[in-house]
Design a protein around this ligand. Structure first.
Ligand SMILES: NC(=O)c1ccc[n+]([C@@H]2O[C@H](COP(=O)([O-])OP(=O)(O)OC[C@H]3O[C@@H](n4cnc5c(N)ncnc54)[C@H](OP(=O)(O)O)[C@@H]3O)[C@@H](O)[C@H]2O)c1
Length: 303
């Protein structure tokens, strides 16, 4: 790939749910290098170069990024999730804050653009429909560490994107998540409980990958909300998924986050708006129904 328009992209966390799908997508258009941690990259990974890297190790990070000198880094590696971060806050700070700082400093040193994946959980969930102008106010450890990392990125990097990602749905055979868990439970005829009071603006995995590559390889700078058009609860999402997949919606039972025993607070309505994204990017944002139909076709293709 010697074309001048081909970017040299380094993606951290290509063993993860988003990183592994993104690596596949990005490498079809750009020279792409990936980093893994304890889990290997998918067997079918198309990346030419994959290196093992612990983002907490500043020396290792600096050496790897200087050696490969990427034009852009998409930082997907993280210690993820509300409950895991509440159970291990020190690790959450080390990976999410210090790890991101190591990546940001190394990116700045080689003059690379940094695309940092943050989360809608940086908001307190009190009002929903958050735009980029709303002030974050996280109420859980996960959100607090992700916001602290956002601030590090903004203070260290000259060229950056802070992409606040909404809940992601899609199929990743290598790292099964919410979508496949719902489909497989309904296919088995198992009853499932889904929150009726937690609202998010779910985004479809292939659309997120497209968006991230466009942000990584374009001239945009700043904070963007990476989310779909619809603000819906997990319950409504599950019911819509069941409808499109022809599965039994009566197996889905509503529950509320108050019924879920946990010491960690969960923000209720972290839905976000995507007007800025739609204004500045070419990537089209499908409706939930359109995306689920595409997902169904993809599911049938690979099943
Ligand atoms: N998935 C979503 O719905 C969602 C929603 C909002 C925001 N996000 C954000 O999007 C990003 C990617 O999420 P994801 O769902 O793909 O997460 P994931 O599946 O948990 O992947 C995270 C990756 O980070 C790696 N990692 C963990 N600790 C590391 C370390 N010390 N050094 C290097 N790598 C390390 C993990 O590797 P090992 O497993 O090998 O340790 C894993 O491959 C995260 O920043 C997350 O906060 C995701």
């Amino acid at each position: 790939m010697s074309n001048q328009n081909v970017h040299r992209v380094l993606i951290t966390g290509v063993g993860g749910f988003i990183g592994s799908a993104l690596a596949k997508f990005c490498s079809s258009q750009n020279e792409t290098i990936g980093t893994i941690h304890s889990t290997d990259a998918p067997e079918e990974s198309v990346l030419g170069q994959i290196l093992r890297l612990d983002v907490r190790d500043s020396g290792q990070v600096c050496e790897a990024i200087s050696r490969y000198s990427p034009t852009t880094i998409i930082h997907c590696a993280a210690f993820n999730g509300i409950i895991p971060c509440a159970r291990n806050p020190d690790l959450a700070i080390e990976v999410n804050v210090h790890g991101t700082e190591n990546i940001a400093r190394a990116a700045e040193k080689v003059g690379a653009k940094l695309v940092y994946l943050s989360t809608d959980i940086v908001f307190n969930g009190g009002k929903g429909n958050y735009s980029e102008d709303d002030l974050p106010d996280p109420i859980c450890t996960y959100g607090k560490t992700k916001l602290e990392a956002e601030e590090v990125v903004k203070s260290v990097c000259s060229i950056y994107i802070v992409g606040r990602v909404a809940l992601v749905y899609g199929i990743n055979r290598y790292r099964k998540r919410f979508t496949e868990q719902v489909i497989e439970s309904l296919q088995r005829g198992d009853k499932i409980q889904l929150f009726s009071d937690e609202y998010r603006s779910q985004i479809y995995l292939p659309v997120l990958c497209n968006t991230l590559v466009e942000l990584a390889t374009g001239d945009l700078n700043g904070t963007y909300h990476l989310c779909g058009n619809d603000s819906i609860s997990r319950l409504e999402f599950g019911l819509e998924l069941a409808r499109v997949f022809g599965l039994n919606p009566n197996l889905i039972m509503p529950t509320t986050s108050a019924d879920f025993q946990s010491d960690e607070k969960r923000p209720l309505n972290c839905s976000m708006t995507n007007g800025k994204l739609r204004r500045d990017l070419k990537t089209e944002m499908p409706s939930l129904r359109e995306a689920l139909k595409e997902l169904h076709q993809e599911y049938q293709r690979i099943s």
